[in-house]
Design a protein around this ligand. Structure first.
Ligand code: UN1
Length: 507
């Protein structure tokens, strides 16, 4: 889809805006002349804008300004930084509808989901702003008389934040907000296919009065802008959300420089339904977890692991419920599920559906691209349900990132837990049951970063840590106050307040 100004001097090109980078408080056009179109996935005739593919030099410049503004920002008291974050939060609150519409148009998720995502970002900004007043260290008793030991939390410097298209508002904000409140400065590289959401974020910080250079936004490809951020000696930490391939490569490079790295990557999350479960509740969880955001979230419930004795009954209810789902343009309030984000993602989903069929899974529902009438210009795939999936099939092991859900039958609770844990990922797991012993054991035994009992695998609250184990995550958790374990470092201070020579132990 990549194009250049030279190659495409069309009429359309002059009418549709090309976005600008936000560097050191100024909106600046990229000098590269290269852009990529931001296409509405529900209607590919609609090009929303062009995303500039910035140069390495422009990225270096953004990093240099972030570095320059660091010392002043670091010495701004944390409660004052928090207060500014509250102001940014208020601005986002005022423009939820505008931000939600842009999000739905460029990403495809339904408007209700866009609003929900923005509310999550608001909650995170609210929580993080408050943490500005609690950027506490601790006091520690010394073994020496007249000696005071305490710790302070200090920012790291310039943070490089590299974010995906599937939560283009909340994920950037759940990195930017703690990075800034902790006193770091930021170079933010969003996904090129959801740039409007990124512009709306930068505008809010500009209007909230954050000093120039504290938050910089650079659009472009991972191989240029991302690569510079990861390898530039003036970037002191990288937080990334996206695919395992990119995250692992990025981690290798950044670790070589010895900087702090946090990667939030794939998931293959199980939703386990035991024989005693409330099956209607479990169906709602499976629909929300499996098809919410068109399955394009790392927390999606792509594996339904069901105790044999209720599998047939559950499947029947699930099929009835899928029947009621309305696929379409997310901008229409009646729509339950939007399109895949782009053609590449849709083709990945369709190829996994083929793989599932070839591997012997039974296609119960969906499985096709929708192309009639209003679907003709979009990347729509039917909500798809497979049965008779075995734990080692590719559709049960690999992240699909689309509306494809697999039913795997388990003999009993222990079998279900073994299947649930039998993947390389470890983000989220759900259990539907009222048996307290099984609930406790499941919570204990699940090899994931978060467990949901009687609710879907997705979502999370601002004040609670979020992240994954195994191949899903690298580095400390995001969100909650644990987030500051990533965005700050601790300094330990020893004060001898006798101020005189004395006998001390030497350790
Ligand atoms: C959620 O369900 O809590 O990239 C959002 C992702 C995740 C966010 C999921 N980091 O899909």
């Amino acid at each position: 889809m990549q194009t250049t100004l030279k190659e495409k001097p069309t009429q359309q090109k002059t009418e549709i805006p090309t976005l600008k980078n936000f560097i050191n408080g100024n909106w600046i056009s990229s000098s590269s002349g290269k852009t990529t179109p931001n296409i509405n996935p529900a209607n590919t005739n609609e090009i929303l804008c062009y995303t500039p593919l910035s140069t390495r030099e422009e990225t270096k410049e953004a990093i240099a300004y972030a570095k320059e503004s660091f010392h002043k920002w670091k010495s701004t008291p944390a409660p004052v930084r928090g207060k500014m974050m509250f102001q940014a939060m208020r601005l986002l609150q005022e423009r939820v509808e505008d931000v939600a519409i842009a999000l739905t148009k460029e990403e495809g998720k339904i408007l209700r989901e866009s609003r929900g995502e923005i509310q999550r970002a608001i909650n995170i900004m609210e929580f993080t702003a408050g943490e500005g007043r609690r950027m506490n260290g601790k006091t520690i008793p010394s073994e020496l008389p007249n000696t005071f030991i305490y710790t302070i939390r200090q920012p790291l410097g310039v943070m490089g934040l590299i974010t995906p298209w599937n939560f283009p508002n909340a994920i950037p904000l759940w990195k930017i907000a703690p990075a800034l409140v902790a006193g770091n400065t930021v170079v933010f590289k969003p996904a090129t296919i959801t740039p409007l959401s990124a512009v709306k974020i930068a505008e809010i910080f500009e209007e909230a009065g954050f000093p120039p250079g504290v938050l910089n936004l650079v659009f472009g490809n991972g191989s240029v802008v991302g690569d510079e951020i990861v390898n530039n000696k003036d970037v002191h930490g990288i937080s990334f959300t996206g695919s395992n391939d990119v995250g692992n490569a990025l981690n290798e490079q950044a670790s070589r420089r010895g900087i702090r790295v946090q990667c939030e990557m794939g998931g293959k999350n199980p939703l386990v339904i035991l024989a005693d479960a409330d099956l209607n509740l479990a169906v709602e969880g499976a629909i929300l977890g499996g098809f919410g955001s068109t399955g394009q979230r790392c927390t999606a419930a792509s594996r339904l692991i069901i105790e044999e004795s209720v599998a047939a009954q559950f499947t029947e209810l699930m099929l009835q419920r899928i029947e009621t789902m309305k696929v379409g343009d997310g901008i229409n309030s009646a729509t339950d599920m939007g399109p895949s984000v782009d053609e590449g993602q849709m083709n990945t989903v369709l190829s996994y559906i083929d793989i599932g069929k070839q591997d012997g899974a039974r296609l119960l529902k969906g499985g096709k691209r929708l192309t009639n009438d209003s679907f003709a210009n979009g990347f729509f795939v039917e909500p798809t349900l497979f049965d008779n999936v075995t734990p080692n099939m590719r559709i049960a092991q690999e992240e699909i990132f689309g509306p494809v859900v697999s039913i795997i039958r388990a003999k009993n609770f222990d079998d279900a837990v073994e299947i649930a844990n039998g993947v390389k990922f470890g983000l989220s797991a759900s259990l539907y049951s009222h048996d307290i012993a099984k609930i406790m054991r499941f919570s204990e035994m699940s090899e994931v970063g978060k467990v949901h009992i009687n609710s879907a695998t997705i979502g999370g609250e601002a004040q609670a840590p979020f992240g994954g184990s195994k191949s899903t995550g690298i580095g400390p958790r995001e969100q909650g106050n644990e987030v500051f374990d990533f965005y700050t470092e601790i300094k330990t201070v020893y004060i001898d307040f006798t101020g005189k020579k004395r006998e001390t132990n030497i350790y």
